[in-house]
Design a protein around this ligand. Structure first.
Ligand code: 2BA
Length: 108
């Protein structure tokens, strides 16, 4: 059993979750914030059998698009934006996916 933790762009959330639920995966959606840009993103939790992890990753990859984000110099934004060494544009990957081994999953 694995727990897949996928950080995706808010704009891809509907497409990714729709595709996963269509394939009968259970998904929990968390509203999260990236620590660097301090802008909203979406974190999905997906419990999956080991042999289905690859299919879940393929779906996430297919529906997640990489983007460029222009950095604001507004000091009210994240601490990362106040660093003069930071380039004016950052590449945001389509999705960042962690796969964790789970001892067991139980539902009561
Ligand atoms: P943020 O932390 O807001 O990062 C947005 C983008 O800014 C990153 O895209 C990366 O291109 C750039 N970036 C992040 N930290 C940086 C730094 N210290 N210096 C220069 N540029 C930096 P992605 O790598 O595609 O990450 C997108 C989002 O995924 C991140 O949003 C964060 O919420 C999450 N994430 C990515 N890697 C992670 C990790 N190793 N652990 C936890 N969360 C991660």
């Amino acid at each position: 059993m694995k727990l897949i933790v996928a950080i995706i762009n808010n704009d891809d959330c509907i497409a990714v979750t729709s595709a996963l639920t269509k394939e009968n995966y259970s998904v929990t959606k968390l509203s999260t914030t990236g620590g660097f840009l301090l802008t909203g993103n979406t974190t999905l939790l997906i419990g999956s059998e080991d042999e289905k992890v690859e299919q879940v990753e393929d779906i996430i990859q297919y529906y997640s698009k990489s983007r460029k984000s222009v950095l604001s110099t507004d000091n009210s934004m994240g601490i990362g934006l106040q660093n003069n060494d930071v380039p004016p544009e950052v590449h945001i990957g389509g999705a960042t996916v962690f796969v964790l081994s789970i001892d067991r999953m139980r539902k009561f």
